[in-house]
Design a protein around this ligand. Structure first.
Ligand SMILES: [Zn+2]
Length: 373
């Protein structure tokens, strides 16, 4: 924990200590206190930025007038931040090909968190293997537990699959006792996180409050319209099943009315084992003949090893597709990144539905009342 962060009187967002640019390895400029890339103090920024620009060092600054810096633990929260405060300076700790449960607390991430005015993370234990260490080493009081500069998405919505009484143990997998943290795969919950994020951004950046509010309202209108469209198109999925690997998409299944019939992981967060896969195969083969066709696909996330899923579809030999889907947006900086990700998921799942009537099971839900769709 750093103790040298100055906190001037009435300074809600203390600037970093002077001379700190050496800590992140930036250019050692002469003159009074040139900003590090994350220097968040607006007054100091304005003068200092002119200096930086004059020195031709502003190439990396896409929006130099707005120094508000956001550290997003996952790309979905970066994408949401871009919707609400496009001029924010953004650092994203993980990408779609990484497992957000397990990343290395690299020095670059520590420096990025040190500069952040706001950290937007998932919480509910998702980042417990690396975020506390980053927070401690960054020593940035703005983003510590309980500070307004830390927004945890899982605290803004109701979680599914809480396992009270389950203790997390190192190397025992990703149990998620507080409930499933992968909330961004439900567009309704995503909207609630967007609402909370808009409020928090407005609180921390009051000069932008009206603009943030306007952008949130536009996003909400558009998002609700799209949810309705997705739900209408997803009707053929209702009552069908998927074989999964980890609960990364559990909220998506809930939303679409898909049933996760089996999990390739023997325990949450533990890699598929030969014994577990063999027993899954036996179970799936023992299903009534119409049950396996009701399974739409074996779904693994892009950051996971697909070999176990591949083995299972090969063994089943029922032309069941193996879908490798990104567990988050693949390009958070792209326009409409979140909408495109949902589109991608939905289209992959719909393309896996065999033609003909939906599953015959009485538990099939609305799809059964729409035969032939
Ligand atoms: Zn998980």
């Amino acid at each position: 924990m750093r103790t040298d962060d100055p906190q001037g009187p009435g300074d809600a967002r203390p600037g970093p200590p002077r001379g700190r640019q050496k800590a992140w390895g930036g250019p050692a400029l002469s003159g009074d206190d040139p900003p590090g890339p994350g220097d968040a103090h607006p007054q100091r920024w304005r003068g200092a930025l002119a200096l930086v620009a004059a020195l031709g060092l502003a190439a990396g600054f896409s929006a130099p007038a707005a120094a508000f810096t956001v550290f997003a633990c996952e790309p979905e929260w970066a994408a949401l931040t871009r919707v609400l405060l496009p001029q924010a300076r953004l650092h994203v700790a993980t990408h779609a090909r990484q497992d957000p449960h397990h990343i290395e607390a690299r020095p670059a991430l520590i420096a990025q968190l040190r500069s952040a005015d706001l950290a937007v993370c998932t919480g509910a234990g998702l980042e417990e293997g690396w975020l506390p260490m980053l927070q401690q080493r960054a020593g940035n009081p703005r983003v510590q537990e309980g500070a307004p500069g830390l927004l945890l998405a899982a605290e803004q919505v109701k979680l599914i699959d809480a396992r009270p009484g389950q203790l997390r143990q190192p190397f025992a997998g990703d149990i998620h006792p507080e409930g499933n943290p992968h909330v961004h795969a439900d567009p309704h919950r995503l909207l609630e996180v967007a609402r909370a994020l808009a409020r928090r951004l407005a609180q921390l950046e009051p000069a932008e409050a009206a603009a943030i509010d306007g952008r949130f309202n536009a996003f909400e209108r558009d998002w609700r319209r799209r949810i309705a469209d997705w739900e209408r198109r997803a009707a053929p999925l209702k009552g069908r099943a998927v074989v999964v690997q980890h609960a990364s998409f559990a909220y998506l299944w809930n939303w679409l009315g898909l049933r996760p019939l089996a999990d390739l992981e023997p325990k949450p967060g533990l890699a598929p084992s030969p014994g577990h896969l063999q027993s899954l195969l036996t179970t799936l083969r023992a299903q009534p003949s119409q049950a396996v066709p009701a399974v739409v696909a074996v779904v693994v996330a892009q950051h996971q090893d697909a070999r176990a899923g591949r083995w299972l579809v090969d063994q089943l030999g029922t032309a069941l597709p193996l879908l490798q889907l990104p567990a988050t947006v693949t390009d958070e900086a792209a326009a409409d990144a979140l909408g495109r990700w949902y589109e991608q998921l939905l289209q992959a799942l719909l393309s896996s539905v065999p033609p003909g009537p939906g599953p015959a099971s009485p538990a099939a839900g609305p799809a059964a009342s729409n035969p032939g769709r």
